[in-house]
Design a protein around this ligand. Structure first.
Ligand SMILES: Cc1ncc(COP(=O)(O)O)c(C=O)c1O
Length: 409
């Protein structure tokens, strides 16, 4: 018998596991942990969407196997959203697939298009499936800095992309983009996508763009879609999701849209693996996309308010964190006194001393070191409480030794 399975060996131990175990222990000990760890939306799904689910579930015909590509009405609704929001026309039959959450779609598209040893360019730090979808599929990943923001960072990104292509053998077959980014909350403009699409067309590199945070933006700047770029459909597929937009993370509904060849490959793989989401969920998802959209404004306002309380509160406590323009995350550089101990030790310190859980940046890849990610998934009162607790810890943190150091000495 082999010691470990080939694919499992390529999945490193989960960095968040250590913090999760501490969190579970603290809760078992009766501590009230303010949890900014996982990006798991805490708001309920809007009532009209839940109502459509329960109404449809009463119909026995909706209990049968569904359609692996997604029911036609839902694919049409996604095409309607792209037309309305981005001015992009999509053929619901050949350019859209419904997925069981966008994470499933990314993983199965990676399976569909990757040959053993294929090189893929993925951001670092990143949401894990961006790299590990391809690693599980037998590919090889070269990391690119996640930075794609405006100005210098954008130029750096394009230079890194050029270097990656110049110095990689075999040449990369695909590039993963994710803006607004999890975990860094960076955003890009359409000009950035134009550059990247032009580059990837010239070098025959497919693009997978993850637009999970399309609607979670603040300060009036809606994130663009890569499919707005002329010719993008020749090489790009974009993933969107209802998880954050309508606070529907547990429902598992996402979409892949764009390049017909990749959409068809994904649909083929999925036809072997699933029968589509439960029909009432797809009908309710259709109601979400076609129905009133003021629930999204309310969600945006909620996250914006939380963001401001967190960022202003921590700044007053002496911890300066850039205010995110989009997503539900703040990407926080470690306070200077904590840099030498690293993000995992700092996350453990906050959990132990402030009863606040955050995600260590290292968990999103080596270039995430030096940061923690703070998810805006607790209410305003609890964010204020967390700020007070963190302030106390920071004011005496020069006296507090992270556990690792205490053990080592
Ligand atoms: C960038 C990004 N992509 C995809 C997902 C997963 O979304 P879904 O629930 O559609 O699988 C997440 C979830 O946190 C995310 O942050």
């Amino acid at each position: 018998m082999r010691d470990e399975f080939y694919r499992i060996k390529r999945l490193p131990p989960y960095v968040f596991a250590e913090v999760d175990a501490m969190k579970a222990q603290a809760r078992a000990d009766g501590d009230d942990i303010i949890d900014f760890g996982m990006g798991n939306p805490d708001s309920p799904t809007p009532q009209h969407i839940v109502d459509k689910l329960t109404e449809t579930a009463q119909n026995p015909r909706a209990h049968r196997y569904s359609n692996s590509r997604g029911i036609p009405g839902l694919r049409k609704a996604l095409a309607g959203y792209y037309e309305r929001r981005f001015g992009v026309a999509l053929d619901p039959d050949s350019e859209v697939v419904v997925t069981l959450g966008s994470k499933e779609g990314m993983a199965n598209l990676a399976q569909a298009i990757t040959s053993p040893g294929d090189l893929v360019l993925a951001p670092n730090p990143s949401y894990p499936i961006h790299a590990f979808g391809f690693i599980i599929a037998g590919g090889v990943v070269r990391h690119l800095p996640a930075h794609g923001g405006s100005g210098g960072d954008q130029k750096d990104y394009l230079a890194a992309l050029q270097r990656a292509v110049d110095h990689s053998i075999p040449k990369p077959v695909a590039l993963v983009l994710n803006f607004p980014s999890n975990p860094t909350a960076e955003v890009v403009d359409l000009g950035f996508y134009e550059e990247v699409v032009g580059f990837c067309c010239r070098h025959e590199i497919y693009i997978l763009s993850d637009l999970a945070y399309a609607e979670i933006y603040f300060d009036g700047n809606p994130p663009p879609s890569i499919l707005q770029v002329k010719g993008a459909k020749d090489i790009a597929v974009e993933f969107t999701s209802l998880s954050k937009t309508y606070s529907m993370p547990g429902w598992r509904i996402g979409f892949a849209a764009g390049n017909k060849r990749m959409i068809s490959a994904l649909a083929r793989v999925k036809s072997y693996l699933d029968y589509g989401a439960f029909t009432p969920i797809q009908v309710a998802a259709t109601a979400a996309l076609n129905g009133p959209q003021d629930c999204i404004d309310e969600l945006r306002d909620l996250y914006r308010e939380r963001r401001d309380i967190l960022i202003e509160g921590l700044a007053a406590a002496g911890w300066e964190i850039p205010s995110p323009q989009a997503t539900m995350f703040a990407w926080a550089p470690l306070p200077p006194a904590q840099v030498e101990f690293g993000s995992l030790e700092f996350a453990k310190l906050l959990l132990r001393e402030a009863k606040v859980a955050v995600s260590p940046g290292l968990g999103f890849g080596e270039h995430g070191e030096g940061f923690v990610r703070i998810a805006l998934v607790e209410n305003k009162q609890r964010i204020r409480q967390a700020v007070r607790n963190i302030k106390q810890v920071l004011s005496r943190s020069h006296n507090i030794e992270p556990e690792r150091k205490a053990v080592a000495e």
